[in-house]
Structures are given as C-alpha cells and as structure tokens.
Design a protein around this ligand. Structure first.
Ligand code: PMP
Length: 367
C-alpha cells in the first residue's frame, strides 16, 4: 500500500483531447501535428478496417475469451506453439502483469535508466524494489544505448524480473544478437528477462536482432510485442507475449477474462495477413526517419540513432521552453524531463506533411 501511495501514474505527456479542442478551429484550420506518442501515421491495413466493421455485427457478444484465432495466426507467424502466446490489452497490460506475477515486496526488478516508463510503474505497483542500471555514456559509439554489462551487474540475489526494451524507448537505440546472447549467459535462470520489442518490426539495421530466436535456449526469456506501432492499431489496444508455455499458463490464470476486445481480435488477425501493408508502413517510416534525422542534424541538433518510429533529439539546453513554444504552434512532441533527459525532446516520425510542418515550426522557435 505504501508503494502504491508513492506511485506516479503513467504520464502521456499532454492532455491531447484538450489540445485537439483548442486547435480544432484555429486559423487556417490546421489540425494538430501529433508527434508525441510514437503512433503510425499511415494507420492499419484496409483488411483490418474491414474486419472491424464486420465484427461490429457481433458487438453485443463477449469476445472469444481465449483469443484462439489470433493466437494461432501469431503462432504461425512466429513459428511457435499457440500455448506459448499470451494476449494483452496492449503490451502495457502484459508488462504490468509480469510485475504482478514475478515481482513483489522484498524482490528486486532490474531495468535501465531512460527505459520505458511502464517498467518502473509495474515494479512499484508490485511493491518491489527498482534496481536501475546506468546507460552507456552519451559520447560513446552507441550513445545512451543500454549498457548490458551494467544491467547484468545490477542483478541481485533478490532479482526475479528484468525488463529491457530493444529497440529502446525513449532513446531509439538497439543491440544485436551477440550482445544479447552474451548478456543472457550472465543472467541466472531464475530471473525472468522481459525483452520488450514494441518497435521490432521497424528495426532493419543489420546489427539488430530480436530475442525470439533465443527463446528455445532460454526458457526464462519472454518477448513482448504490440499491434500499436508498425501495425497502426494503437487505438484498439492489443499486444502479445511469447515465452515458455508454463510461464504463459501462469500468467493466463491472472489476466482479466476478456482482456482483448472482439474488434481488436478480428482486426489484428486480419492485419497479420497483410504483409504488404506492414512492409510499406515500415519502409515509409524508415525513409521519413532518415530524412527527418538529417534535417534535424542540419539544424545543429543532436539526433540519437534510432531503429524505431521516433528520434530522441538533444538541444544542448533546457528543452522545456522549446517544447512549450512548439505546443503553442500546434506541434505536440514528448518532453523528456520525466525521463531524466531535460535537454531532449522525443519526436515521433510523422508522414511527410507532418514532418515538414514540425520542421517549419521548429525553425520559427529556434530562430
Ligand atoms: N513498450 C514500449 C517500449 C513502448 O514504447 C510502448 C508504447 N509507447 C509500449 C511498450 C506499450 O504499447 P502498447 O500498450 O500500446 O502495446
């Protein structure tokens, strides 16, 4: 209870509904440029939209409590048995559930500084202690990337759970197969290692590797993924976890009975069937990410390398006034003060029009 009293709720950055209202009738009728939540500006596959409409006919029914069709589609996609898959109301729910199941008072949970905010939230909600590993220094070859040695060194005899995101939010940085294998070799088997791969589909660097290939050799590893990012279905709330069947079975007992709604089950299954749409969204994102990173560097800003649909940008001074001035111009970015990076802003990669408008507003503010 004391732990819950000290808990800070997940901070979405801004009251977006209030902003949308404020800018709805603004001069020129420009809608907001919403680049604060790492959403996919291209939206989902048409097949997913059609599946949602079709599923509306059955909206008075409870959804399939087992999510069997979606699990089987995911199992086929990833080459694993359906019993190794757990569905969640977004991967956020699964990250919280992992804390509930594998952490608790008297236990330690390890994660890195500048990690996804939900890792801390899940730890505190479970009443466990946070063990925070420092990142690589900012001027190293992979600035602000995870220091996997530091992460392994932070494990104590009381550690049962460790979270690491690859690629990472909010830094955008990543690590490869050799680094992950060397890291896992140092982690005791009784520690559950959660590899959060929310942005995995977008990572195309030759030195990026998913942990999915290591699951068989490491039954203490689980991977979480989401339909919110590359698949463009953030509003439906669906994520999944892949891990050892015994571990998944334990979590199945504790999840809410109908945690994934019927529209999401149908849409995600349809989205999985449209590879071409996924590939095209990822290719467009990579092209826009490279262009935006270049444009920001040309303006003298520090752009951290990214394998995601956002870039972390250093301004060399307190970024809060810059962020406020951009907000006044209808451009929403994510402030990083709460992440211990007050000189940075996190900018989601938008579509070409959104990126142009962001850069124009930034030029005004930085002039
Ligand atoms: N993990 C990471 C690293 C994220 O950035 C996010 C969303 N911002 C999530 C998990 C949660 O995504 P969702 O709950 O929409 O699946």
């Amino acid at each position: 209870c004391a732990g819950v009293r000290g808990l800070k709720a997940y901070d979405p950055g801004h009251d977006l509904v209030a902003f949308r209202r404020r800018f709805a009738g603004s001069a020129g009728g420009h809608p907001l440029v919403e680049l604060g939540s790492n959403e996919n500006p291209y939206g989902p596959s048409d097949a997913a939209r059609a599946a949602i409409l079709d599923q509306l006919q059955a909206i008075h029914r409870y959804p399939d409590p087992l999510g069997g069709d979606l699990k089987r589609a995911l199992a086929a996609r990833h080459g694993v048995a359906p019993e190794r898959i757990l569905l969640g109301n977004g991967s956020h729910e699964l990250l919280m559930l992992l804390g509930q199941v594998f952490a608790g008072p008297g236990l330690d949970v390890v994660f890195a500084r500048h990690a996804f905010a939900v890792f801390a939230l899940a730890t505190q909600a479970a009443g466990a202690r946070m063990r925070i590993a420092e990142p690589l220094p900012r001027d190293a070859a992979m600035p602000l990337g995870h220091d996997l040695d530091a992460l392994a060194a932070a494990i104590t005899a009381d550690t049962r759970l460790l979270y690491v995101a690859n690629p990472n939010n909010p830094t955008g940085t990543w690590f490869g197969a050799d680094a992950l294998a060397a890291f896992l070799a140092r982690v005791p088997r009784e520690v559950i290692v959660v590899v959060d791969e929310a942005y995995a589909e977008m990572a195309d660097a030759p030195d990026y590797a998913s942990a999915l290939g290591l699951l068989d050799a490491h039954p203490n590893v689980v991977v979480t993924r989401t339909f919110s990012k590359a698949y463009g279905l953030a509003g439906l709330r669906c994520g999944y976890l892949i891990g050892a069947s015994g571990l998944v079975a334990v979590m199945e007992r504790l999840r809410e009975s109908f945690n994934v709604n019927g529209l999401a089950l149908a849409a995600c299954e349809a989205a999985l069937g449209d590879e071409a749409h996924l590939r095209s969204a990822c290719a467009r994102n990579a092209e826009q990410r490279d262009g935006l990173s270049r444009a920001l560097r040309e303006r003298g800003l520090d752009v951290f390398p990214s394998q995601t649909n956002f870039v972390l940008v250093g301004f060399g001074r307190d970024a809060a006034p810059i962020e406020r001035a951009l907000t006044d111009r209808g451009v929403i970015l994510r402030p990083m003060g709460g992440y211990g990076l007050p000189d940075c802003l996190r900018i989601s990669v938008g579509n070409p029009d959104e990126n142009r408008r962001l850069l124009a507003a930034l030029d005004e503010v930085l002039a």
